[in-house]
Write a protein that binds this ligand. Structure first.
Ligand code: HEC
Length: 123
């Protein structure tokens, strides 16, 4: 290979590196943005019964206790055309939702303890 050819190759490779990383980055973003359900026991039931009218994104971005999830299902049954699931199926779906998308203890960061705060000039 002539030196000139080497330079051209090196330039091409260097220029294409950012492209490789950009594509990898956007693929990673896509998988979180697509709202994929956590694949734990029962997830197929949710995929099969809960993603007909809306994407799973609306499910994964929500959280709550079993009662909260039950009330959401009842709300969809009362007003959004969701049919009866039957006790067994509903129970399994609620188990999955409450286990994997349970009540968050806190959605906000706790305040810093006083000794970690910057000094307050007004005190
Ligand atoms: C017959 C259609 C239908 C089916 C099937 C359905 N949903 Fe929904 N769901 C809706 C509609 C309509 C909304 C409101 C959508 C919106 O606000 O854009 C909704 C909203 C939601 C919300 C958001 C509620 C909120 O408080 O913002 C959650 C969570 C949800 N559904 C979960 C589920 C789960 C879990 C299942 C399976 C048991 C399910 N959905 C099946 C129609 C359905």
């Amino acid at each position: 290979m002539t030196n000139r050819m080497k330079t051209i190759w090196l330039t091409l490779i260097t220029l294409s590196l950012p492209l490789i990383f950009t594509t990898a980055g956007s693929a990673a973003q896509e998988s979180t943005a697509s709202g994929e359900l956590i694949q734990e026991e029962g997830w197929q039931l949710v995929r099969d019964n809960c993603t007909e009218c809306h994407s799973s994104q609306i499910i994964v971005q929500n959280s709550g206790s079993r009662e909260v999830w039950k009330s959401r299902i009842e709300w969809m049954q009362d007003s959004q055309g969701l049919g009866e699931l039957g006790a067994e199926l509903e129970g399994s779906i609620l188990d999955y939702l409450a286990t994997n998308y349970g009540q968050k203890t806190a959605s906000r960061r706790q305040a810093l303890p006083a000794h970690l705060m910057p000094p307050n000039p007004n005190l």
